[in-house]
Design a binder for this molecule. Structure first.
Ligand SMILES: Nc1nc2c(ncn2[C@@H]2O[C@H](COP(=O)(O)OP(=O)(O)OP(=O)(O)O)[C@@H](O)[C@H]2O)c(=O)[nH]1
Ligand SMILES: [Mg+2]
Length: 270
């Protein structure tokens, strides 16, 4: 039996983090260190876990604990020159398949790391395990989304040196992840042809929060009678702010545009 110190998995309230590849040699606790005494005390005193961070005349919004941790993550990622993407979709829309192919192609040119969340199993973490990319699996137990605290601990568990892109594959769910900022710079929402053209209309919050919408599995659109034009119209109606790329991880259609999108957003090297 490994002692808790030897075990790569970190348990906390049912959430487990397992660095499958590229484990950090000495986790720094740079991200998951306790919040300042002042903020912790204010969060504890607040029945809804909120803190008013500044003076009234600035009318700053109330920040919830997740937002505070997400801002810390964002600063950390930016400070390291890392492009962090939060990849969300309903179950089975093709997140892991896209990341597998992205690691095999784009990942050979630009060093990437992956954090992947699921309620149970490390199947996706294993699928994404490559010698050239650090990967950690987060199993959330009953929680239907990742949060900024989980990301902080998982990011510390792997060696991010040299990485320029951090892909975060969220738990497959089109509702819960919408309200949890992870500290990403880019939120990517997948809509697959197997789900139907109307999903942006039925689940608007997640699409409204997207920087990029990927219409996936276009190789089977015709066979399914899926109307790509209608789907794109629905996305534009709900999420006019988002860029849209139509792609297939199977045929390779559209992947060059996805890689160009990533390349164009890489932070400058420090
Ligand atoms: N035809 C086709 N099938 C695809 C494509 N991408 C993924 N699939 C299939 O869709 C199924 C689900 O793909 P995953 O990549 O596991 O989906 P996911 O979004 O990671 O699923 P969860 O992590 O469970 O939410 C698998 O059977 C894939 O082979 C694609 O571009 N075309
Ligand atoms: Mg997956």
């Amino acid at each position: 039996m490994p002692t808790p110190e030897e075990s790569p998995a970190v348990a906390d309230g049912g959430v487990r983090i397992n660095a499958l590849n590229g484990a950090a040699s000495s986790p720094t606790r740079a991200l998951s260190a306790p919040l300042s005494a002042e903020i912790s005390a204010a969060l504890q005193a607040s029945p809804r876990g909120e803190v008013q961070v500044k003076s009234v005349d600035l009318s700053l919004p109330l920040l919830e604990k997740n937002d505070i941790l997400a801002e810390r993550n964002r600063g950390y990622f930016l400070g390291r020159g890392l492009l962090a993407l939060n990849i969300v979709s309903s179950p089975g829309a093709g997140k892991t398949t896209l990341l597998e192919r992205t690691l095999d192609e784009f990942g050979k040119e630009v060093r990437c790391a992956v954090l992947v969340g699921d309620l149970e199993t490390d199947n996706d973490g294993r699928r994404l395990n490559r010698p050239h990319a650090a990967v950690a699996q987060i199993t959330t137990g009953t929680v239907c989304h990742l949060d900024a605290g989980m990301i902080a601990r998982a990011a510390e568990s792997i060696d991010l040196d040299g990485a320029r892109v951090l892909f975060i594959e969220n738990v497959g769910n089109l509702v819960c992840p919408a309200s949890f900022d992870l500290g990403e710079q880019i939120r990517v929402v997948l809509l697959s042809t197997t789900e139907g053209e109307d999903k942006p209309l039925k689940y608007p919050p997640i699409f409204k929060s997207a920087h990029l919408v990927l219409l996936t599995k276009v190789d089977v659109a015709d066979a399914l009678g899926f109307d790509r034009r209608v789907a794109v119209e629905n996305i534009r109606r709900i999420a006019p702010q988002a860029e849209i790329i139509e792609l297939s991880s199977r045929s390779g259609e559209g992947l060059a545009s996805w890689y160009d999108y990533l390349r164009a957003r890489l932070p400058r090297r420090r």
